[in-house]
Design a protein around this ligand. Structure first.
Ligand SMILES: Cc1ncc(COP(=O)(O)O)c(C=O)c1O
Length: 409
């Protein structure tokens, strides 16, 4: 590959270095190197994006899951535009707030009420605050990525001291580790928050065991479905596994790129949010809610969750068959389910493994497929079987290149 392929991208990067600390936002981090992967994209439609150097890609990152239907969905964006005509934000409550809360709670078996927010980090932080008010306790137990707020990085020197004593981590695949936290802090843990992709394989028994431990010790169980809700057939991880968490956080997948998030949950717990300081200027933005209502209607009417499930399975099975055929140490799986597939390289030598992964991803980019080397991927409703076929054809070539490059066997 010539380094000229990403010239315009690198020019934008050089400009960014002068005005943006670190030259990127977190999600815009370089995939491999600025010389060998695109850093700036110009536009997206459906499941395709074009970079600033003019290359088109089938995209499996989908803005880190924010687009379930596909980029620039005409119906969703028209719904948001129509709402903009009436003022996206006014000085008081709007009927759309009630309609949106109603539409959300009817999708979660154990939910009666909703609090409306803007981002996943806000939703998880709000859920914890609600749980603290409901229980009168302060500490929490967590497993997974829940966002960027202070409590999510309790050991980071840039957050207030002492958070690590408040935010306790457990091993989601070993529920006994949660029991030990409760034993070490009797009557002090307000909530257990779990991101479903942390339980692999995602068996009902493990989730239920975690919820049961939380309840046995009087804590609120929060399932953080920010990534998984609406894209996991038949609607969420909890619907699939028959779970009824006390609170659920949702965001990506909800509004096809328009910023919106929510906490939904049982009335007796959610009631604690009444009168709590949970306020931001843009929480009431109805354009994003109109986009969300349009997204949910399409999700309901057109079998979106089944579509992304089937295509995720096709991709996972196809990648595993090629890796097996070429004797490449790589395994594809759903993280936690097929609509969120990933390919893990498994060479025992860490350096060779990194080289394999990088060679594979750079070859895929060169062939017009955008996959993330270190983060799960997302299938959208805009992806078609033919896109997966094309991706698998390219994956075969890219795996061959990776193998030749790195002499794995
Ligand atoms: C499970 C989970 N919770 C919370 C968050 C934070 O969401 P946001 O990035 O919108 O703040 C994320 C983001 O990836 C997530 O995956």
């Amino acid at each position: 590959m010539t380094e000229e392929r990403y010239t315009a991208s690198r020019e934008w990067l050089a400009r960014a270095e002068r005005v943006i600390p670190g030259a990127h936002h977190l999600s815009g981090r370089v995939l491999t190197t600025p010389e060998r992967s695109p850093m700036y994209l110009e536009r997206g439609r459906g499941c395709r994006v074009t970079d600033v150097d003019g290359h088109e890609y089938i995209d499996f990152v989908m803005a880190f899951g924010a687009f379930l239907l596909g980029y620039a969905d005409p119906e969703v964006d028209a719904a948001a535009r129509a709402q903009l005509e009436h003022g996206s934000l006014l000085s008081m409550n709007r009927p759309q707030h009630v309609l949106f809360a109603e539409a959300l709670v009817e999708r979660f078996a154990g939910a009666d009420m909703a609090v409306l927010l803007k981002t996943g980090s806000e939703a998880t932080t709000a859920a914890l605050r609600i749980a603290r008010r409901a229980t009168g306790r302060r500490r929490i137990a967590r497993a997974g990525y829940h966002g960027w707020h202070d409590w999510c990085l309790p050991l980071d020197p840039s957050v207030p001291a002492g958070l690590d004593a408040q935010v306790l981590e457990f091993d989601s695949n070993a529920p006994r580790s949660l029991e030990a936290l409760f034993e070490g802090h009797p009557g002090e843990i307000a909530a257990v928050i779990l991101a479903p992709e942390m339980v692999l394989p995602p068996t009902r028994e493990v989730f239920q065991a975690i919820q049961d431990i939380a309840h046995r010790h009087g804590a609120v169980f929060i399932l953080d479905e920010v990534k998984t809700a609406f894209r996991t057939a038949p609607g969420s991880v909890q619907a699939r596994l028959g779970l009824t968490p006390d609170l659920t956080t949702v965001s990506k997948g909800l509004s096809n790129g328009w910023p919106v998030a929510a906490v939904v949950g049982r009335r007796d717990v959610m009631r604690s949010a009444a009168g709590m300081h949970l306020s931001a200027t843009y929480h009431g933005d109805t354009a994003a809610m109109a986009a969300a209502l349009a997204t949910l209607r399409i999700v309901d009417e057109r079998g979106v969750a089944d579509h992304v499930w089937a295509l995720g399975q096709q991709l996972i099975h196809g990648l595993n068959a090629i890796a097996c055929d070429l004797e490449l140490p790589a395994m594809s799986y759903g993280e936690p389910f097929p609509p969120m597939p990933f390919l893990r390289f498994e060479h025992p030598d860490a350096e060779t493994n990194d080289a394999l992964r990088t060679a594979f991803h750079e070859a895929m980019l060169e062939r017009g497929v955008l996959l993330h080397p270190r983060h799960m991927w997302f299938i959208s409703f805009a992806h078609q079987r033919s896109d997966i076929d094309t991706t698998l054809d390219h994956a075969r070539s890219a795996m061959k290149i990776a193998r030749e490059h790195c002499c794995t066997t």
